[in-house]
Design a protein around this ligand. Structure first.
Ligand code: NAI
Ligand code: COI
Ligand code: MG
Length: 360
């Protein structure tokens, strides 16, 4: 038995965030019990929940705990209640703030078409069969973090969002993309808008230069509008995609459709400090508090946490296997259900995964 002790910070956030993080917590407890390590949980407020409790979306206590943790599991932030707040006071500012503060510049979003769910995608089964791609999204730069301003002009308003990148910021994410492609034995597609954006033209230059260090990795460039189309036209052409922050945000929601639901997608955000793990989806206010949330994206994020932060890849493998079995046996949350399917609530499918977890 190992005697490791992990300090994990849970940030449930808003909407369905607390529901899916509860599923993640139960999974961590089950894995810890099976592998014989101890976990010390600390739960903190972020997003709208933090605005209500502390008047700000990212309280100092939350950030301090996250910085000192071995890893952080986050649900989602945001909701209609806070939509009228100014940009830096919104729940989403808390999420952007913690990503920046933890320096998690690399957001890995694996997209896998689970065989039992091939019928759950609106795309034809033969199109999505075999899909197993990875979106590597730059997470701490680009349009979401550039200077923003509003100024009066001609009786109206002039608004500016700047898309800023440095060579170093591009190079580290591109290298990570090449490394991931090499490891997976797959091709790398760098996605940009180099026909219009100066930042994309530099992105391309950096990719070309870095590629010389990876002669064994096949790579190509693709414009983001074409990529959006290719992802649904023939998704199996993609191995690893590396791209700018906003492009990656949009393309990953689109790619979720290949799996059957946005509720299936996990993510790992990595930098030099603690990793941040979150499902790809948002706070889903339309279904919050009703036991309808699909917790599998969060549970798969726990798998990524074990793989990348806690050095236990076998836990990730066991979680993926358990999710596979649950789906094979026909468990479906409402977002995955087709006509005639029995619908499982969040707790039921969580329990089903826990029961099928096999870790020696
Ligand atoms: N990482 C985060 O915290 C994110 C937060 N948001 C915030 O979430 C709020 C809602 O944003 P939306 O654009 O509606 O995106 P969303 O991802 O929350 O929901 C989009 C649709 O997918 C469904 N959905 C999402 N996750 C699901 C799950 N686990 N199980 C079943 N169905 C699920 C929702 O019910 C909704 O119909 C906004 O305030 C937004 O800013 C949005 C994206 C990411
Ligand atoms: C809510 C945004 C800040 C982020 C987002 O949509 C995402 O990271 O997927
Ligand atoms: Mg998003």
């Amino acid at each position: 038995m190992s005697e490791k002790v992990y300090r994990l910070v849970l940030l449930p956030g808003d909407g369905i965030g607390p529901e899916v993080v509860q599923a993640g917590r139960r999974l961590i407890e089950a894995v810890a019990g099976a592998l014989g390590h101890e976990v010390i949980f600390e739960e903190h407020a972020i997003g709208g929940a933090a605005i209500e409790a502390f008047g700000e979306p990212l309280p100092e206590g939350t950030l301090k705990a996250a910085r000192e943790a071995d890893a952080v599991l986050l649900g989602a932030v945001g909701g209609p209640k806070w939509d009228r707040l100014g940009g830096d006071r919104r729940p989403e500012a808390g999420l952007l703030g913690i990503r920046k503060a933890l320096g998690v510049y690399a957001n890995l979003r694996p997209v896998r078409a689970y065989t039992p769910l091939l019928g759950a995608s609106p795309l034809r089964r033969e199109k999505v069969e075999g899909v197993d791609l990875l979106i590597v999204r730059e997470l701490t730069g680009g349009l979401y973090f550039g200077p923003k301003r509003r100024e009066p002009i001609d009786g109206g308003t002039r608004v500016v969002d700047e898309l800023v990148y440095t060579t170093a910021e591009i190079e580290r994410i591109v290298r990570l993309g090449f490394d991931a492609a090499r490891k997976a034995g797959k091709a790398l597609t760098s996605v940009d808008k180099a026909n219009v954006l100066e930042s994309s033209r530099h992105w391309r230059e950096v990719v070309e230069r870095v590629a010389t260090d990876y002669p064994d990795v096949a790579f190509g460039h693709m414009l983001v509008d074409n990529c959006a189309m290719q992802l649904v036209r023939s998704p199996n052409q993609f191995g690893v995609i590396v791209t700018e922050n906003m492009f990656g945000d949009i393309l990953s929601d689109e790619a979720a459709v290949l799996t059957g639901s946005i509720g299936m997608l996990p993510s790992a955000s990595l930098g030099d400090g603690p990793g941040l793990y979150e499902p790809v989806h948002g706070s889903a206010p339309d279904i919050a508090g009703q036991g309808l949330a699909n917790p599998l994206g969060t549970m798969l994020s726990v798998g990524l946490m074990y793989r990348f932060s806690l050095n236990e890849p076998r836990a990730d493998q066991a979680i993926v296997r358990a999710v596979d079995r649950v789906l094979e046996e026909g468990y479906r949350t409402a977002d995955l259900a087709g006509p005639g399917d029995r619908i499982s609530r969040t707790e039921e499918i969580t329990e089903a995964v826990l029961e099928r977890l096999e870790l020696e």
